[in-house]
Design a protein. Structure first.
Length: 305
């Protein structure tokens, strides 16, 4: 099923036609409160009394024109201003192909620098999402450049890639901010772990690798996972090293395991909810379904509920 869903995420015909269908639009409401930034911000307000922070990301990738990249950058500048005006504990996260990486790396970096400086004014991190394996080297190259000039830059790393431990070791001297996810793209076995047990083991190993730096305040670690078993294993390692729960944070998607997000926050974990929005939700949504079979069954129940 995972392979089928990932194939569907890449299929251009489905990407163009499926989002128009009423049942697809109804099912995606589970994972996003709406297509506009206003809908996302209104949803973010619901987390304020729970002490849960927010990550905001506008969906979209692989632009075909640099003018589109400028529009996306302008949008994120507006988001930072709106977050600041509302007094929300919210940060933004973007894909580099959203701001022109396929077209002009220098222009992409200029957008990154401007957004990072703006986010710093609001005391927030500018997060860079990781995309498929073909983009990893270029993404890390731009992140390393950005981190030298902007301490508030964060990067997403994927545990299922076999190269990630080496990438972590290279980043540690920069005192990075890292969101660690399992990985949602269809990568070959030569470069990525495919079995769930292997991915989980790689994820925990990477967390253990980064915890000492996080404990010294030299690395901000975000666990981008809904696997509470893994979260609790990481917490156990932290406690064994004499570290508090706020040594790391848990970052989960809107609409997924909301009860666990509330529970973890109540137990003293630092929790952030990632709220996605925008019209270009199809590929992102199919990758979310591919991550957990339970998501598929929920989506099907939504169609008849």
């Amino acid at each position: 099923m995972r392979r089928i869903l990932l194939w569907m995420a890449r299929n251009r015909w489905l990407k163009e036609h499926l989002p128009r269908l009423w049942f697809a639009r109804r099912a995606v409401r589970k994972f996003m409160p709406g297509e506009t930034i206003e809908a996302a911000l209104n949803a973010a307000e619901e987390f304020r009394p729970l002490g849960i922070g927010i990550l905001l990301t506008r969906l979209g990738e692989n632009l075909s024109d640099l003018s589109q990249a400028q529009e996306v950058a302008d949008h994120y500048h507006r988001v930072i201003d709106l977050v600041r005006a509302r007094g929300l504990d919210a940060e933004v996260s973007l894909k580099l192909t959203q701001i022109g990486l396929d077209l002009d790396a220098d222009a992409t970096y200029r957008h990154l620098g401007s957004l990072a400086a703006h986010a710093a004014e609001a005391n927030g991190t500018l997060w860079i999402d990781m995309e498929g394996s073909a983009y990893v080297d270029r993404t890390l190259e731009l992140y390393r450049r950005l981190k030298v000039e902007h301490a508030n830059a964060g990067i997403c790393l994927q545990a299922y890639l076999r190269r990630t431990p080496a990438d972590v070791h290279e980043l540690l001297p920069l005192q990075p901010q890292v969101r660690l996810v399992k990985g949602a793209y269809d990568e070959p076995a030569e470069i990525a772990f495919r079995r769930r047990a292997e991915v989980d083991a790689a994820y925990l190993s990477l967390c253990v690798l980064m915890l000492p730096a996080a404990g010294r305040g030299e690395l901000r670690l975000g666990l981008g996972t809904h696997d509470t078993r893994l979260v609790e294993q990481v917490a156990a390692h932290a406690r064994a090293a004499g570290q508090a729960l706020d040594t790391f944070e848990v970052q989960m998607l809107y609409g997924i395991r909301m009860d666990q997000q509330r529970r973890l926050a109540a137990e003293g974990y630092v929790v952030r909810d990632l709220i996605a929005y925008g019209e270009a939700w199809y590929a992102w949504y199919m990758r979310r379904l591919a991550e957990r079979p339970a998501n598929v069954w929920f989506a099907l129940r939504q169609l008849v509920g």
